[in-house]
Ligand binder design. Structure first.
Ligand code: P6P
Length: 336
């Protein structure tokens, strides 16, 4: 008897059955996200052959050059999510303001934030990139278009968070608060198949991931921590290994599976860090916490930060619980 094949759709339905009030709308929404992921995966993997690598002439709201695949991924996510009657509003790294649902489509109860193609500066070098998404129940009155309040909720209120990594294989990893589960796309029949049930991040890792070119711009406490992890000390299994791809989804996914800590600290040039709370830090923090890890801005749990703006940046330290706790001891000054 072959092992039970659990598709993403089946897994979501079984997850939804745990919520008596579930209407099936969440299942439909996740299937729409999975469909978008398949399209983005196909075009990302074929980009070199389809002449859609390279850059547009545009710069996005972040001041970053927009790649052709960025545009494709953005449009794919919006078109996948705007008509099904599951969402009332969206927010994206690629759009300055909230994205409303066109009048001709029904409104739903979910607000979805996403980074359609994170790490896209690496695409032309064939480095893994990803889509990150974060889903909330709406807080604005039903029956009317969603508002900014729906997307400016603290991460603790997410009903779902996930990412898709377009790498040697395409994987979708998600949580609804009942553990973290990974699905690998089988391109032969276009289904995401459960390949990594109940992912748990090791309590302590051997990897630290940070862009060390910013070292001189960091606060002394962060410098002290990085100095510590690089010292030779067999008793505490140091030095750690430095692994940094510069594509958050790839760096966090590796550390989720292997253990370790990912850092994007505040600096003199980026006083609030670089990564965005709404569609990078919050979804990744929900996933890491659900896998048994920890996520902080250095002094506060990421998921408890009340967002003020859509593209708000936060310093981010997330990963194996013991590694993040040690970093917090350096930041608080308990260690130096
Ligand atoms: P840096 C990609 O542009 C991104 O938003 C994340 O995917 C990644 O972790 C980070 O920026 C890399 O930034 O400054 O190290 O190049």
């Amino acid at each position: 008897m072959s092992a039970k094949i659990i598709t993403l759709s089946r897994h979501i339905i079984e997850e939804e059955r745990k919520f008596p009030k579930a209407t099936g709308k969440f299942t439909d929404l996740m299937n729409d996200i999975a469909f978008a992921a398949k399209l983005i995966s196909y075009n990302t993997n074929k980009a070199g052959l389809m002449g859609i690598l390279g850059e547009t002439e545009n710069v996005n709201v972040q001041g970053e050059v927009v790649k052709n695949l960025d545009v494709f991924a953005q449009e794919t996510m919006v078109k996948a999510l705007d008509h099904g009657g599951h969402t009332c509003v969206m927010a994206s790294e690629e759009e300055e303001d909230i994205i409303s649902i066109p009048d001709e489509y029904p409104l739903g109860k979910y607000a979805v934030l996403f980074d359609p193609l994170d790490g896209s500066s690496n695409i032309d070098a064939n480095v893994s990139v990803g889509t990150i998404f974060s889903i909330y129940n709406r807080v604005s009155p039903e029956g009317r278009p969603g508002t900014k309040d729906d997307v400016l909720q603290p991460g603790i209120r997410q009903v779902c968070a996930g990412y898709v990594i377009y790498g040697s294989s395409t994987m979708l990893v998600y949580t609804t608060g009942n553990g973290v589960h990974g699905f690998t796309l089988d391109p032969s029949y276009g289904e995401f198949i459960l390949s990594h049930p109940n992912i748990r991040i090791p309590k302590k890792g051997k990897i630290y991931s940070v862009n060390e070119s910013n070292f001189d711009y960091w606060k002394q406490e962060v410098k002290n921590y990085i100095h510590y992890v690089k010292q030779i000390d067999e008793a505490t299994d140091r030095p750690l290994n430095s692994r940094y791809i510069g594509s958050m989804v790839a760096d966090v996914h590796r550390n989720l599976l292997y253990g370790g800590i990912f850092l994007y600290p505040a600096s003199k040039t980026a006083p609030n860090g670089k990564l965005r709370l709404g569609y990078e830090a919050n979804p990744m923090s929900f996933i890491v916490e659900q896998a048994g890890g920890r996520a902080t801005n250095g002094t506060q749990r990421i998921l408890e930060i009340q967002p003020k703006t859509i593209h708000q940046r936060v310093p981010l330290f997330l990963g194996s619980e013991e590694d993040v706790r040690l970093l917090e001891e350096f930041i608080s000054g308990k260690r130096s």
